[in-house]
Ligand binder design. Structure first.
Ligand SMILES: NC(=O)c1ccc[n+]([C@@H]2O[C@H](COP(=O)([O-])OP(=O)(O)OC[C@H]3O[C@@H](n4cnc5c(N)ncnc54)[C@H](O)[C@@H]3O)[C@@H](O)[C@H]2O)c1
Length: 360
């Protein structure tokens, strides 16, 4: 993958940080070494990513005391057990408060390593090096870190911003097709929630994007990151607008929890969840059916599922949704929409209407 390099900034005052996007960034340490403080660095990666890309990062860490930890891949390992392994590796490295964690991998590694960095000695620096489309457009930006519990996704976590996000788009060449498609769910989300023009651009370029056209992918990543960086700068800890980024996620997380972590990929859960949110919006008169169809058609073009897997228990889904972090005072709070590009927070959503959509 070739093409121009792009740089955006998440404007958070003294904690502002760059998002660098381009092919070949990992091997070019001049683009990220400045973001690493201190003498010690721990690179956290997983068993699929490490054999492919760890060498490139390690080469840039010469003259520094560093070690690496390679964890098993997949959502089932975004756990407190894995966090404990990272703490043990930091202790082994004798990492002090000026040490740094580098997260090299997809959203699972990013969330996990970021969480460990947030906890170690009450917070040390970390750098995100996302290697999946989903992580490049979403999870690596914005400082949400955490782990799953058997009871629900991301129930334990912290807000902890990275020092930099280094998105080497060349790494997408090795990403399995199913993982690439899952990433497009989050890409579509940005158009769906707040940018109708981007949604139309995706409709126009879906085939090129699926064929991994380098320029189009870089443009999509940069447009998503621009939108997310703006939202995070305005609402870092999700007191308002940032909740819109969860369009489809309350349903999606419940599906992931109920179906079993790893069976349904996060992006697949989000794709189904967005369709359910659109159907619920149409049912309550907020949006037109034509918008639901448009969303479903675009997700289908990206090869994503749009309906709940057969046999999924609606009561179990509702129970998982009640544990969602967006709920307040026992009332269900969801992100619904008024049509493409116009998501909004809906308070106190009627459970009967949700159940009807889950069982339709
Ligand atoms: N923090 C946030 O704001 C936020 C936002 C969205 C999603 N998330 C989280 O992100 C996670 C999902 O992330 P994901 O979809 O990246 O999944 P993932 O981290 O599990 O990666 C997907 C798979 O692809 C492999 N892989 C990664 N990069 C590769 C590459 N370049 N080549 C070959 N294989 C590669 C991984 O080993 C893994 O098997 C979920 O836990 C979700 O909750 C967090």
């Amino acid at each position: 993958m070739s093409g121009a390099r792009r740089e955006l900034v998440v404007e958070l005052g003294a904690r502002r940080y760059p998002i660098r996007i381009g092919a070949g960034l990992l091997a070019d340490a001049a683009h990220w070494r400045d973001a690493l403080p201190g003498r010690h660095a721990l690179v956290v990666s997983d068993e699929h990513v490490a054999p492919l890309y760890l060498d490139r990062v390690a080469a840039g860490l010469r003259n520094r005391s560093f070690s690496s930890l390679v964890l098993p891949a997949g959502e089932a390992h975004k756990s407190l057990d894995s966090a404990a392994k990272i703490f043990a590796a930091l202790a082994e490295l004798q990492a002090s408060r000026d040490a740094c964690v580098i997260a090299l991998g997809g959203g699972v590694i990013g969330d996990l390593a970021g969480f460990a960095a947030a906890c170690w000695m009450r917070g040390i620096a970390f750098v995100q090096m996302p290697t999946t489309l989903l992580a490049m457009v979403d999870s690596s930006v914005g400082g949400k870190t955490g782990v799953d519990l058997p009871q629900g996704k991301n129930l334990v976590g912290a807000f902890h911003q990275p020092r930099a996000v280094i998105a080497d788009t060349a790494t997408l060449a090795t990403l399995p097709d199913r993982e690439l498609r899952a990433g497009f769910a989050e890409v579509v989300k940005y158009g769906a929630l707040g940018d109708a023009e981007f949604f139309a651009w995706l409709e126009q370029h879906a085939d090129a994007l699926l064929a991994r056209d380098a320029e189009k992918l870089a443009e999509a990543i940069s447009r998503c990151c621009t939108q997310k960086a703006g939202i995070v700068a305005r609402d870092e800890t999700e007191r308002g607008e940032r909740a819109l980024l969860n369009f489809g996620h309350t349903f999606g997380h419940a599906l992931e929890t109920v179906c079993g972590y790893g069976r349904l990929l996060h992006g697949e859960g989000v794709a189904i969840g967005m369709c359910l949110a659109a159907r619920l919006s149409a049912r309550t008169g907020m949006s037109a059916d034509a918008d639901t169809v448009r969303l479903r058609d675009l997700l289908t073009r990206f090869g994503l599922p749009t309906a709940i897997p057969a046999g999924t228990d609606a009561d179990a889904l509702l129970a998982a949704m009640r544990l969602d972090k967006k709920n307040a005072s026992g009332r269900l709070r969801l992100i619904l929409w008024r049509g493409v590009g116009r998501a909004e927070i809906a308070e106190n959503v009627d459970e009967a209407a949700i159940r009807a959509v889950l069982t339709a």
